[in-house]
Design a protein around this ligand. Sequence first.
Ligand SMILES: NC(=O)c1ccc[n+]([C@@H]2O[C@H](COP(=O)([O-])OP(=O)(O)OC[C@H]3O[C@@H](n4cnc5c(N)ncnc54)[C@H](OP(=O)(O)O)[C@@H]3O)[C@@H](O)[C@H]2O)c1
Length: 294
Amino acid sequence: MKPIALITGAAGLIGGYLVRTAARWAPQWDVRGLSRAGADLTDSPQVAELWRRYYPSLVIHCAALSRTGACEQDPARARRINVDATRHLADLAHGIPFVFLSTDQVFDGSKGNYVETDGVNPLNVYGQTKAEAEQVVLQNPAHSVIRIALTAGTSPTRDRSFVEDMLRSVEKGSMLTLFTDEFRCPIPAGPLARALWEFVAQQRPGLYHLGGRERLSRWEIGDLLARWYPEFAPSIQPGSVADYQGPPRPPDLSMCSDKIQALLPFRLPGFRQWLSVGSHQGIDPWDEPPSDRQ
Ligand SMILES: NC(=O)c1ccc[n+]([C@@H]2O[C@H](COP(=O)([O-])OP(=O)(O)OC[C@H]3O[C@@H](n4cnc5c(N)ncnc54)[C@H](OP(=O)(O)O)[C@@H]3O)[C@@H](O)[C@H]2O)c1
């Protein structure tokens, strides 16, 4: 019998990819994807029952309130799932590997090219709850925190990734202003999921950054995407964050992923390079083996 790996947030973007790619990258695990329909992770008795049912040997915790706007609107709800539920699961998983997915948004974006030893200073509720949960998780030296960069992919509900958000806006006829002075390290969900599975196999717990190899502005990302999605081209325009009216935005959330890269048997892709091969006409353009992309 194979050991059970429990993936929370399996109906979400990254959890969905972890479940879908497990047969390819993690055949040694009996992977069980858990969605909200299976258990509300903020309901402690449900989670305890879930634990008794599965007795997992590994947890990759992807469930979260991951939309920054939703976290701002309801900070208490964000805290319940992002912090309290994470604490409960990490407690239950005290004797096994537990991998918590955090975010580049724990940083304020004033520096860029962040490494794992840089101090956090989140500007929004989402980042604050994630930074708090990181501290909880890292109390156990057998547990891991992986800060994930902006992830491109096709979610089960078709409404989770930033690419899907952009496509929906364009379909509605909206004009998107993409900042030339706001930077990220975007990564396709397929190689991200592979990296997570390879990381688990290495048994080297701790704090890691995981993003694409290239630092790109929002405008550069949109401009590159327009090669795959020609409908983007007339609907995107460059702009400056200096002209933006609204809550503070972190200008440069680029991260250095060298620490996790040293554990991986493949090279994390850059977004430009990924988009330079193939097209979005495939079965899932974000989920091809990295070897086909290099
Ligand atoms: N995608 C990115 O670009 C990105 C970047 C940095 C970090 N991350 C982090 O990576 C992780 C996975 O992200 P993602 O993009 O896959 O997020 P996602 O698509 O929003 O998926 C999160 C999943 O968690 C579920 N969930 C929320 N509250 C729950 C609850 N109380 N009980 C059970 N399930 C619950 C959601 O279900 P409902 O849909 O029913 O709410 C959803 O299916 C998150 O921790 C996120 O913060 C993602």
